[in-house]
Design a protein around this ligand. Structure first.
Ligand code: HEM
Length: 124
């Protein structure tokens, strides 16, 4: 469990795979404090844009990226269903975890685990 929190995430490993495929990735994305969350990177977005623009050349990376988008897609669907259920059960009450409840959960609906894979689509 601790190693999962202190080591690279699946997104960090995917970015490392991008660099291994010969695509320019800033060093700060490849060697960093893995305990800190990933911050959106325009360079990572540009790297995956190159993958999506030449899927034949980067077929495996493209397939991997689409599987990650599947995960984000499913997570967004879960978040939506969860917040509707929460509203139905506790209405406007605060959560047991100390948040404002439904309004907090609504604010998480736009969260993405792999944000660059979503933003790059604007440029395809
Ligand atoms: C009627 C049932 C449920 C209610 C009323 C409820 C309510 C809440 C509330 C109010 C929060 C915000 C944190 C807080 O202040 O407590 C929360 C977060 C969360 N709940 Fe539920 N929940 C329910 C069922 C479930 C179930 C069945 C699961 C998992 C299978 C689940 C997983 C989570 C997770 C992962 C979060 C954290 C979300 C985040 O911060 O991004 N909840 N829930």
């Amino acid at each position: 469990m601790v190693s999962a929190l202190t080591g690279p995430s699946i997104w960090d490993d995917t970015i490392i795979a991008l660099a291994r495929a010969g695509i320019d990735v800033p060093l700060g994305q490849l060697e960093r404090d893995w305990t800190q969350p990933h911050a959106f990177s325009p360079e990572v977005e540009a790297g995956f844009l190159a993958v999506y623009r030449d899927t034949e050349r980067y077929w495996e990376l493209y397939q991997l990226a689409e599987k990650l988008v599947d995960l984000d897609d499913a997570m967004a669907t879960w978040r939506h269903k969860h917040v509707i259920t929460v509203e139905r059960i506790i209405g406007g009450k605060r959560g047991t975890g100390g948040t404002a409840g439904v309004s907090y959960l609504t604010s998480t609906l736009t969260k993405r685990a792999f944000p660059e894979l979503w933003s790059l689509r604007t440029q395809l």
